[in-house]
Design a protein around this ligand. Sequence first.
Ligand code: FMN
Length: 121
Amino acid sequence: MIRGLGRGPRRLQGVGQIARDGEAGHGVGAGLSGPAIKPIALRMVYDAAHAVKIPVIGMGGISAPADVVEFMLAGASAVQVGTASYFDPVATETLVEELTAYCREHRIERLSDLIGGLLTD
Ligand SMILES: Cc1cc2nc3c(=O)[nH]c(=O)nc-3n(C[C@H](O)[C@H](O)[C@H](O)COP(=O)(O)O)c2cc1C
């Protein structure tokens, strides 16, 4: 889901689901997150980056340097890490270190050069 396309940067939420609690008889909110939703999230970032002129922040299953690069190529100006932090509380710090090494290895001078690299008309 894309929460709000109004003023200022917005971000992608997890893939939402409304279930019905059989016993209580009312709806309950739930959401799928982590690696399983990455392909969906990537597509949503790509579509959102086409649709708006404000920065798009990508999220959904990001845990490795290649994930960051993919989201930025799809149009994200920045990314957010959620579920990976539940597996490992310092996942983000580790990712920043790994990303630095990844960029050096792949001769990426500035991450910002990647933004929207996959955007086509
Ligand atoms: C335990 C948990 C709580 C979350 N709470 C919120 C929330 O309060 N508001 C919100 O917009 N998104 C919330 N999310 C969604 C995340 O911000 C994120 O969009 C989603 O988890 C996909 O990214 P990820 O795969 O890196 O976790 C929550 C996700 C998890 C796993």
